[in-house]
Ligand binder design. Sequence first.
Ligand SMILES: Nc1ncnc2c1ncn2[C@@H]1O[C@H](COP(=O)(O)OP(=O)(O)OP(=O)(O)O)[C@@H](O)[C@H]1O
Ligand SMILES: Cc1cn([C@H]2C[C@H](O)[C@@H](COP(=O)(O)O)O2)c(=O)[nH]c1=O
Length: 214
Amino acid sequence: MTKPLFITFEGPEGAGKTSVLNQLVAEFQQTLGDDLISTREPGGNPISEAIRAILQPEEDNGMDDRTEALLYTAARRQHLVETVLPALKAGKVVISDRYVDSSLAYQGGGRGLGVDHIWQINQFAIDGLLPDLTIYFDLPSELGLARVKANRQGKIDRLDKESLAFHQKVRETYLELQVKFSDRIKIVDATQSLDNVVDATRQLILERMKYREV
Ligand SMILES: Nc1ncnc2c1ncn2[C@@H]1O[C@H](COP(=O)(O)OP(=O)(O)OP(=O)(O)O)[C@@H](O)[C@H]1O
Ligand SMILES: Cc1cn([C@H]2C[C@H](O)[C@@H](COP(=O)(O)O)O2)c(=O)[nH]c1=O
């Protein structure tokens, strides 16, 4: 059996995570086949998708900030148990569009609930499981939001509509996390062309895969 590898993609709105993930997953699946799975948070199974629908309606639904933090954490737990852990146990490579760092940045930083508090509630959900590699796609909030508005054809959700100050705080928190956990979190400049962002991401993943073979 091959060694499992858990990779997460993180970043603010419109950073290009999903575009890069789709391209690279198609590419890596040519060699890895079923040994690679891609997934996303919140979502990936019926319970977490149902929680996603509550968390991300298009209009403000009056949700309390701590309720929001707990719901993202609950969706994460279910996703971990149903999708991530079985795949890792089977020795697969798992690439997830968002994981715990999203909660630290959005709820801890953006909502101002505090990274330490969010870390504590997430420990119950993730039970110490951190990614082997996290790729953080960095870009100014204004650019990411402009991309989202230009391209999502009307599907702008509750969080996309938050203030610029909220999104700037999310980015600031991600940057702090990247410095604090620099062994795990690698940064990619997401202002580059999509091709260049894909190239930089591929390189980071291939480097990490070398250790998987050892
Ligand atoms: N490097 C890039 N340059 C220009 N446009 C880009 C780039 N990367 C992605 N885009 C465009 O920006 C939009 C958002 O990209 P994508 O959905 O991949 O980002 P995301 O990080 O997954 O966003 P979110 O987390 O908000 O869903 C898409 O329309 C995509 O085509
Ligand atoms: C996991 C997670 C996500 N969020 C936010 C970040 C985005 O606004 C949405 C996810 O949408 P995407 O188009 O799939 O990127 O949810 C969050 O605030 N906290 C979290 O833990």
